[in-house]
Design a protein. Structure first.
Ligand SMILES: C[S@@+](CC[C@H](N)C(=O)[O-])C[C@H]1O[C@@H](n2cnc3c(N)ncnc32)[C@H](O)[C@@H]1O
Length: 270
């Protein structure tokens, strides 16, 4: 990562716990994606921006003892949390790479599968990021990405401040030099870089005021709306209005929350 840009979501225990809850809500979506990709026993996999290794652990189960999975992650807190989990469970087919992907010297044509969930939208120069990554994928290997196109999020009943939350979140991504629309650029990137697009599917989740989907969004907005104001992405007045509208909806049994679409993209290296 560019030394001057920041990873906007931050690294701390609260964020780690949010990532764990988030994984419990979206796990079935990622599992279905992996089913369609048909991940094989014995594959060598790389989980880029693995966080505390939640998907890495799921991949480990799929590839079995003859396979190998590597968690690449710049946060020492997240990686050591995952290392500890691997030690307790005596998982021996897991490798760890600490650092930003941009600073890694990855082995050429080593991996059968490279995966990125909720990473590519945050990094500056995502095309360069992928260009650095691709030589480590074997010919015939699969690269798969899950990330948002940050549009379409909404809260019913409409009419309050939250109707404009997508504008604020996109601006938040951009102060870290991320691109909240990057998945729309991936098909062209694949075409230009010898990757055959095999899937491009948007998926969304929705739920009422008692659902785990709204609880997942709650954990994000309760922390990050104030951080958006602290970082001057929005004013304090806007932050207060977003939170007031959100909390009003949380108490309303008629509320339905729709997540932004997450795009599932996969391609094979020719
Ligand atoms: C929103 S979290 C997602 C974690 C995990 N992929 C998941 O699905 O739970 C994004 C992760 O990307 C990592 N990250 C940020 N910049 C990165 C970079 N330049 N190279 C590799 N990982 C990065 C962060 O440290 C963080 O753990």
């Amino acid at each position: 990562m560019n030394k001057n840009s920041e990873y906007i979501l931050g690294i701390n225990q609260t964020e780690l716990e949010r990532l764990e809850f988030q994984h419990s809500v979206w796990k079935k979506v990622t599992d279905n994606f992996f089913d369609r990709i048909k991940i094989q026993k014995g594959w060598k996999c790389l989980d880029v921006g693995a966080g505390p290794g939640l998907v890495t652990a799921d991949l480990r189960q799929r590839i079995g003892d003859t396979g190998e999975v590597t968690a690449l992650e710049p946060s020492e807190l997240y990686l050591s949390n995952f290392k500890e989990k691997c030690k307790i469970n005596n998982w021996t087919n897991v490798k760890f790479l600490l650092g930003n992907m941009e600073d890694m010297n990855l082995e050429k044509e080593h991996y059968d599968f490279i995966f990125l969930r909720w990473v590519i939208d945050f990094v500056p120069s995502p095309e360069n990021f992928l260009l650095k990554l691709l030589p480590s994928l074997k010919k015939g290997g699969v690269i798969a990405i899950q990330d948002y196109v940050y549009e379409g999020i909404f809260l019913y009943p409409k009419g309050g401040a939250f109707d404009n939350i997508d504008i604020a979140v996109r601006a938040y991504w951009r102060i870290g030099e991320g691109d909240p629309h990057f998945p729309v650029k991936i098909p062209k990137f694949f075409k230009n870089n010898n990757i055959e697009l095999t899937e491009y599917t948007p998926v969304g989740l929705a739920g009422d005021s008692e659902s785990n989907v709204i609880e997942w969004a709650h954990k994000f907005f309760m922390t990050h709306i104030q951080l958006m104001a602290d970082k001057k992405v929005i004013s304090q007045i806007e932050a207060d209005a977003f939170l007031e509208d959100w909390l009003k909806h949380r108490d309303n049994p008629d509320t339905i929350f729709f997540s932004p679409p997450m795009v599932e993209v996969s391609g094979v290296k020719l």
